[in-house]
Design a protein around this ligand. Sequence first.
Ligand code: AHG
Ligand code: MN
Ligand code: MN
Ligand code: MN
Length: 339
Amino acid sequence: SFTEQVDTNIITLTRFLTEEQVKHKEATGDFTLLCHALQFAFKSIAYYIRRATLVNLTGLAGSANTTGDEQKKLDVISNELFIEAMRSSGRVALLVSEEEENVIFFKQGPHARYAVACDPIDGSSNLDAGVSVGTIFGIHKLAEGSRGVKEDILKPGTELVAAGFTMYGASAQLVITMKGGSVNGFTLDNGLGEFILTHPNMRIPRKRAIYSVNEGNSLYWEDHVKAYFESLKQAQPDNGKPYSARYIGSMVADAYRTLLYGGIFAYPADKKSPKGKLRILYECAPMAMVFENAGGQAVDSNMRRMLEVVPQDIHDKSGIFLGSYDEVEKVKEFYKKKD
Ligand code: AHG
Ligand code: MN
Ligand code: MN
Ligand code: MN
């Protein structure tokens, strides 16, 4: 009958969050409200990205950020949209953003018990070509009795209460995970203006012959890193075929594909960037939490568990390898043979 053609029992992100809150008896609703603000930030960033070419929002802003990147106009606008969403939620005490040199401390309210780290636009070099970009976020809770200090965010990823990202691709895809929980994926329905649960309990395939790395940097790689990637280009024992290479150049998009299809994504530390390129608080740690909770792994260039890395500074960087469980195991074997 016609009633079967329409799904009337849709799980929106709002409904999902409400149901999660009910499961946690101690929950105050503050985290839920913070997530509502987050989803508005994602919707508005998605909206401006889609209109950028029409309203002269392509190109450079004419400034650079602390980590040395030239800022695009959309880096600046998305940063401001994100900051205002967090500020107005009244649930966030402090915010770290790729585009802000210092920690932003919001005016204190009684409910501001969270510290948020964000990469407002990840992959901004891809913006003007209309290639997928994203927003990455990590959420920490303030220490007991704290009113919000830098130390509340200079914490290892193991302490994240939630993390995830939204990819602005053919559709906007939001992936979120909470401490000790599963990974859930939502698709923005532009007509409804709602994120709909389309990928419940995401699990990364155990292995897959796809690697994702900027091979143009191989001149600077250490020998064991070169040897590892070289090995992937040889006939593999199981099927006699080499791996496929896929590199978009937006971590969010490369990671999202890796999460769905399996494989490995890497941005190793190298002789040019001994500390790596990607930043711990708002790129490496949130992604590592998503991958671990989906059954994968994430390690730094010394094969340390990424989630245990403690940043000294808010913009500290790290090398990273993340992906399918078995693919990360292979990287570790090559590291063991090093020296
Ligand atoms: P951002 O656009 O937030 O500065 O991040 C860029 C990052 C990440 O998205 C991507 O994986 C990587 O830089 C690409 O770097 P290369 O261009 O050096 O490959
Ligand atoms: Mn940047
Ligand atoms: Mn980034
Ligand atoms: Mn960015």
